[in-house]
Design a protein around this ligand. Structure first.
Ligand code: HSE
Length: 434
């Protein structure tokens, strides 16, 4: 197979992002799959100014796309659960694999859709339906496959978390933050789905099914939103050492499975309590592994596209390669492994924390600063503590901007040679990871 032909239905936030990621990373994706993934057609009523579809054929009719005999995989990104359901069932009937980001569709009609797909021998993949760019479906379904899952708890609506964070940190008004979330493309078409917990309940329903091996039962999920939360509650919780988060919880008990979405106080020092803005995080507890945490962007154009494209890669593996090579050991096809060299540490780049023990004399700081500036090393922050009584030395702590390690080695040698500096300079690398 030279290429896998994809048809994208919907060119909104996620559709546009998927098109862009497929185009930008075409070469890297082909290295992973062993052939190219080509967008053969797009179905959209409107163009997306953030997405240049170039010469790709466009139709306004999604049903024309699902009947296009050239298309192997239909990517459903139109949202909603009426036309989307019809579209996906039609695609399956036409023998096409399906990738969808539609949590409402899977949570409400997933049992029917999966049964039809089994009958027709096609794949329906839905990683992007839960927690945007976080590969949490794969983590639970494959990575934790050896466990009996006890419970999971997650912040799985980016819009709601963004609103709570802005209210708590900046005292902003609910409606004002919601409007911003809509402008950023995070919120659902009907934002009550976000703030009333319906979107989170869709996602929790899916997570519970793959965690516990139960049919999808959205209608049984308990759902409570964040619209009734007051600033006073947020502040009292804070005074008690808690943060309020909108949590989805699914727990296995001796009597059955808890499936609930509601505002929740979490001790402020828990990792989940510190998941802020549009970020999502899901904690999963398994009997063998204990607790694990999955964190990342839960909404947005390219984070969600990242999950859609990963599903396309999975489907393409199944279509394009012989079974024994479906998931290569290193994630890339053996023949496509790159010959890029590993850099020696001196050629690597980082920011640095430096601790210098200096004599308490005029001009020492100026000497240190000039050694760094001569080597093009930019100081981000500097702190000097009082002299310690025993030795009269002054600890001087510096954090630099990012620079090649060779220059820091050189600067440290020069610093250690100064008469006013005592002992070795302590150096620790700093990564902002942003
Ligand atoms: N409206 C959803 C959210 C988008 O805010 O999390 C991603 O599913």
């Amino acid at each position: 197979m030279n290429s896998v032909k994809v048809g994208i239905c919907g060119l909104g936030t996620v559709g546009g992002g998927t098109f862009n990621v497929l185009k930008r990373n075409a070469e890297e994706i082909a290295r992973r799959v062993g052939c190219s993934i080509e967008v053969a057609q797009v179905a959209a009523r409107d163009t997306n100014p953030k997405c240049d579809t170039g010469a790709t054929p466009i139709t306004a009719d999604v049903f024309e796309l699902v009947s296009n005999p050239d298309i192997d995989v239909v990517v459903e990104l139109i949202g909603g659960d009426t036309i989307a359901r019809e579209l996906v069932l039609k695609a399956i009937d036409n023998g096409k694999h399906v990738v969808t980001a539609n949590k409402a569709l899977i949570a409400v009609h997933g049992n029917e859709i999966f049964a039809r797909a089994r009958e027709k021998g096609v794949i329906v993949a839905y990683e992007a339906a839960v927690a945007g760019g976080i590969p949490v479906i794969k983590a639970i379904r494959e990575g934790l496959a050896g466990n009996r899952i006890n419970w999971l708890a997650g912040i799985i609506n980016g819009t709601g978390n963004f609103i709570l964070t802005e209210m708590r940190e900046k005292g902003r008004a609910f409606g004002d933050v919601l409007k911003e979330a809509q402008d950023l493309g995070y919120a659902e078409a009907d934002p009550t789905f976000d703030v009333e917990g319906i979107d989170a309940a869709h996602k929790l329903t899916i997570l519970a099914s793959i965690a516990f091996g139960i049919p999808l039962q959205f209608d049984k999920a308990y759902t409570e939103g964040i619209t009734q939360l007051t600033t006073a509650d947020v502040n009292y919780a804070e005074a008690l050492g808690y943060r309020i988060k909108h949590l989805g919880v699914a727990r296995r008990t001796g009597r059955g499975i808890e499936l609930r979405v509601h505002p929740t106080l979490i001790p402020a020092d828990r990792l989940l309590a510190n998941v802020n803005g549009v970020m999502n995080a899901v904690m999963v507890n398994g009997d063998a592994v204990g607790s694990t945490l999955y964190y990342g962007a839960g909404a947005g154009m390219e984070p969600t596209a990242s999950a859609v494209v990963a599903d396309l890669v999975d489907v393409a593996h199944a279509l394009a390669t012989s079974p024994e090579y479906r998931v290569p050991a290193l994630g890339f096809q053996d023949a496509a492994l790159s010959a890029h060299p590993i850099l020696p540490i001196a050629d690597c780049e980082s920011a640095y924390y430096l601790r210098i023990q200096a004599k308490d004399r005029p001009g020492v700081l100026a000497q240190v600063a000039s050694i760094l500036s001569e080597r093009g090393i930019n100081i981000e922050s500097i702190m000097q503590k009082e002299a310690e009584e025993q030795d009269g030395l002054v600890p001087m702590i510096l954090v630099t901007h990012r620079v090649q390690e060779q220059r820091i080695d050189d600067a440290i040698s020069a610093l250690e040679a100064l008469a006013d500096i005592s002992g070795n300079v302590v150096r620790i690398r700093v990564e902002q990871l942003n």
